[in-house]
Design a protein around this ligand. Structure first.
Ligand SMILES: Cc1cc2nc3c(=O)[nH]c(=O)nc-3n(C[C@H](O)[C@H](O)[C@H](O)COP(=O)(O)OP(=O)(O)OC[C@H]3O[C@@H](n4cnc5c(N)ncnc54)[C@H](O)[C@@H]3O)c2cc1C
Length: 426
């Protein structure tokens, strides 16, 4: 294969797929290279919350625009993606925690977001019959949920319908450049010449970019999720309390806990300096593990040949879920929603989240090599952002200017002395 395209996208998660959709809509020829399958990694493994609530203020305008897109997406894509708009609610334990949420709510209100603080009794109306142990809650009624794999697959089908091409089982081994300008990619199926390459490689982006001499700090955090058997319909509001849950149309629940795991690799050590602060503040929620992954991913951080081997060995990152945590999540669901007493875990899964030190994505055109665009680092909340990211990145490529400001997501923040502190509330 020796091919040409206007744009090559690396990775068919929701970021890469939505980018391809909007680029194809705008008339560009696009090839998406995916080492595994469409939405094989994070974009099929997430909870499916599509929320504006709790976001870093820098993300609120993007998420409000994303919300508008999500509302029309089933119609635009002519597909059932299980969109439900019943809001997002987070409970808080005491007045002090409530005051933190009130500060965030005031900021969000400046953007016109409909978030409001609820009393314990008002939270009862949102999730009836609950036994939540809370002082109150924050609720954003316009938030929603969708089924991740269906949403990403529908975007890919719509992109294909407009001429984009998806090559699965096609790892990109190298981004080629000539005199500081991108000239294409070397894939396992041959070379593709293109003046623009979008890196939407999710958890692999940091390693991929290091082969170009670029430093994108990323830390892999493993999140575990379970799907339950169907129960009586309680509420379609995606809720964070002692357990995070969303009830789907068929009555099944996605459940998870706040706690996460970090499987140590060489990458963990390389990135440690950028993440010391966030590890310190989340140390109770993140458990460290040394397992096979550390030995599997030994050399790819340094050598192109080793990374190429790792990309085809790990076609789809499919880590073992933390069953202990998920059983606890089920127990908490039973306790807090007594109506779910008969519900059991049907199946479970896990995914590696690509965390950034400030929990913000990187959405930017790189100076050197020029022609390289980054759409990555979504830090555990990029599913909801997917459609707007695709639209903005396509605008950046096709018009030279995105319709919303992306300064907060610039790549140079990792090297220009910016203090990288997370400002998202969840
Ligand atoms: C357990 C869990 C819960 C989450 N819950 C939510 C939620 O409720 N709401 C929300 O908004 N977000 C959530 N997220 C985060 C969300 O899933 C991600 O932010 C989003 O899916 C990232 O999309 P992406 O396209 O950047 O990455 P991915 O979906 O990971 O896609 C990247 C793709 O690139 C491919 N790739 C990598 N390197 C190469 C290469 N060299 N060549 C070819 N292909 C390559 C990979 O195989 C992969 O398919 C959650 C994530 C997890 C794991």
């Amino acid at each position: 294969m020796d091919r040409t395209a206007d744009v090559v996208v690396i990775g068919a998660g929701i970021a890469g797929t939505a980018t391809a959709y909007y680029l194809a809509k705008g008339g560009a020829s696009v090839i998406v290279c995916e080492k595994g399958e469409i939405a094989g990694e994070q974009s099929s493994r997430n909870w499916g919350f599509v929320r504006q609530q709790g976001r870093d203020p820098a993300e609120i305008p993007l998420m409000m625009e994303a919300n508008k897109i999500w509302r029309g997406l089933e119609r635009d894509l002519n597909a059932d993606i299980e969109w439900l708009s019943a809001g997002n609610m987070v409970t808080f334990a005491d007045a002090e925690e409530g005051a933190g949420w009130e500060t965030w709510r005031q900021t969000a209100a400046e953007f016109g977001l409909d978030a409001k603080i609820l009393t314990r009794a008002e939270a009862e109306a949102v999730v009836p019959g609950n036994a939540f142990d809370c002082h109150g809650a924050i609720f954003t009624e316009s938030d929603g949920q969708a089924e991740p794999r269906k949403a990403t697959a529908a975007l890919a089908r719509a992109a294909e319908g407009r001429g984009a091409e998806f090559l699965t089982n096609c790892a990109v081994f190298e981004v080629e450049k000539t005199a500081g300008v991108v000239s294409g990619v070397v894939t396992e199926q041959g070379v593709i010449r293109a003046p623009v390459v979008v890196c939407a490689a999710g958890a692999w982006s940091g390693r991929m970019l290091r082969t170009l001499g670029l430093k994108l700090p990323q830390m892999w955090i493993k999140g575990s999720v379970a799907r339950t058997t169907p129960g009586p319909i309680v509420s379609h509001t995606a809720t964070w309390t002692g357990v995070a849950f969303r009830q789907r149309r068929d009555g099944t629940f996605n459940i998870a806990k706040r706690s996460a795991d970090h499987d140590l690799t060489l990458e963990s050590l390389l990135n440690l300096p950028s993440f010391l602060g966030s590890f310190a503040s989340n140390r109770r929620d993140v458990k460290l593990h040394l397992n096979r992954l550390a030995f599997d991913l030994m050399g790819g951080s340094f050598s192109k040949a080793a990374l190429a081997k790792e990309l085809v060995t790990h076609r789809i990152l499919d880590p073992e879920p933390n069953h202990k945590v998920l059983n606890e999540a089920l127990g908490t669901l039973h306790q807090l929603l007594p109506q779910t007493a008969e519900v059991k875990i049907d199946f479970s899964w896990a995914g590696y989240i690509d965390m950034a030190p400030d929990m913000l994505p990187t959405l930017d055109a790189v100076d050197n090599p020029s022609g390289l665009i980054l759409a990555t680092g979504f830090s555990g909340h990029g599913f909801g952002m997917g459609p707007i990211v695709g639209r903005l990145i396509s605008e950046l490529i096709l018009k030279g200017e995105p319709s919303l400001k992306l300064d907060a997501f610039r790549f140079s923040r990792f090297s220009d002395g910016t203090k990288l502190t997370p400002h998202s509330v969840v």
